[in-house]
Structures are given as structure tokens and as C-alpha cells.
Ligand binder design. Structure first.
Ligand SMILES: CC(C)(COP(=O)(O)OP(=O)(O)OC[C@H]1O[C@@H](n2cnc3c(N)ncnc32)[C@H](O)[C@@H]1OP(=O)(O)O)[C@@H](O)C(=O)NCCC(=O)NCCS
Length: 206
């Protein structure tokens, strides 16, 4: 490892509280707006997400302003930036939303923004770390997600991290001229704890 690599690794790792093997999850910052705008308006990326409508800089700034001031208990949502643990490159964002204090459950969402970074293991690692946060930090009991049936890459990444398919939400999405089913997946705290019991970490989280 070169001196510069060591310096970047250390400065990046010091910023984050939640580390995986490949990623560091940190708070989003308003400064992330430029890099978000660079890759977000891409139909290949967005075909599996909730909206395929182009997002203006103003809309994305408003989203970042909300995301950077969120409190999971007050706002029911926690969205973090995903960055490469070594280079510090911004990779995308990951969320727990519709967090219920009563039911101790939340929905999971993730997007790696740059198509060049897909299929490199970042999604699997990020999902594991965010589940660790959900169960070990927030004390939630179940996490669920919905993903379009054709999004095999996502389903594999989620299965790698411990999610199980539990049902189908029929024709829940209309994308590119056709209705698509959603696969529903979930994971319970007790299942995650089989691999990551209290006191364990996914990567090098303290
Ligand atoms: C879904 C997403 C987070 C997964 O993250 P990722 O870093 O790309 O995924 P990973 O590399 O960790 O794992 C992908 C798995 O699918 C496989 N895979 C990669 N490309 C694939 C493809 N085009 N088709 C099917 N499987 C594929 C990989 O081999 C890997 O499986 P394996 O570990 O069993 O070999 C990421 O692809 C993404 O953000 N996509 C765009 C937005 C999106 O779809 N978000 C999710 C909405 S529910």
C-alpha cells in the first residue's frame, strides 16, 4: 500500500461510524449535491427505483436538505451516504424509512449511482452494514423491502446479506410500458443475530 493510499484510507475511515469490508456509511452532506447530479438522471439506474422522472438540481438539493437533517425517531427515516472505504469515492445512498417506533420495523432502500460501480460487491456490503445499524444501533426487529421481479442483481445482493423472499406484490410497478411484480423480502433481528450477534461487526466498526 502506497503512502497516499494509507492516508486516504485513514482519513476516510475516520469519518465514518459504520464500516463494512468495502464501504463506509456516513452522513450525507450538502456538498454531495454535485456528485448526486452527475449520475442520478440515468434511466438504467432509475428503472428499478420508484420514479423515472428527471430530478432537477433544486429537487435534489431539497432532498439533501431533508436527508442531512433527519432524525430516525422524529422523521422516521435515516439516509446515509455510501463511500468506498479506501478511496472515499461517493457511491450512492442507503435508507431505512417508514421507521415505526411501535412495531420496530422499517423499509430498506439503496442505490449505487454510477453504473461502473454496479456488481462489485458494494451493494451486498452496504446492505449488511445497514442491517447491522438497524438491529444493533436502532434496535429494530424487522426490516423489509420491495424490489422489481426483474432486478436480479438486487435480489442476489439482498440474499447475500440475509434477506429472504417472502411474497409477491403483483403488478406494483409500471415501468417502460409494462406492469411488473414486486418481490417482497424481509429479515428478522433474530436471523441477523445468528451471523452478527451483539458485540460483532460487519467490517471494522468499533
Ligand atoms: C441493487 C444494488 C444496490 C446491488 O448492489 P451491487 O453492488 O450492484 O450488487 P453486488 O455486487 O453486491 O451483488 C450483485 C449480485 O448479483 C450478481 N449480478 C451482478 N450483475 C448482475 C446482473 N446484471 N444480473 C444478474 N445478477 C447480477 C452478482 O454476481 C452478485 O451475486 P453473487 O454475489 O451471488 O455473485 C445496485 O446494483 C444498484 O444500486 N442498482 C441500481 C438501483 C437499484 O436497483 N436499487 C435497488 C432497488 S430495490
Amino acid at each position: 500500500m502506497q503512502f497516499l493510499d494509507i492516508f486516504i484510507f485513514k482519513s476516510s475511515a475516520m469519518l465514518g461510524m459504520y464500516l463494512g469490508e468495502k464501504v463506509n456509511l456516513r452522513a450525507l452532506e450538502l456538498d454531495d449535491l454535485d456528485i448526486v447530479m452527475k449520475h442520478w438522471n440515468n434511466l438504467e439506474l432509475r428503472q428499478y427505483l420508484n420514479s423515472q422522472i428527471p430530478m432537477s438540481r433544486q429537487t435534489e438539493r431539497a432532498w439533501l436538505e431533508r436527508a442531512t437533517t433527519q432524525d430516525p425517531w422524529r422523521d422516521g427515516e435515516m439516509t446515509l451516504a455510501i463511500e468506498d472505504i479506501k478511496s472515499g469515492e461517493f457511491l450512492g445512498s442507503v435508507s431505512l424509512f417508514d421507521i415505526s417506533k411501535q412495531h420496530k420495523r422499517a423499509e430498506f432502500g439503496i442505490a449505487i449511482h454510477n453504473a461502473d460501480n454496479l456488481g462489485k460487491g458494494y451493494g451486498t456490503d452496504t446492505t449488511r452494514v445497514m442491517l447491522w445499524v438497524a438491529f444493533h444501533i436502532l434496535g429494530l426487529n424487522s426490516i423489509y423491502l420491495i424490489t422489481m421481479d426483474g432486478n436480479e442483481r438486487a435480489q442476489k445482493a439482498y440474499k447475500n446479506a440475509g434477506f429472504k423472499p417472502v411474497g409477491v406484490f403483483r403488478q406494483g410497478a409500471y415501468v417502460k410500458g409494462a406492469f411488473h411484480d414486486f418481490v417482497i423480502m424481509d429479515i428478522l433481528k433474530e436471523e441477523f443475530f445468528e451471523t452478527y450477534p451483539p458485540g460483532s461487526s460487519v467490517g471494522n466498526s468499533p
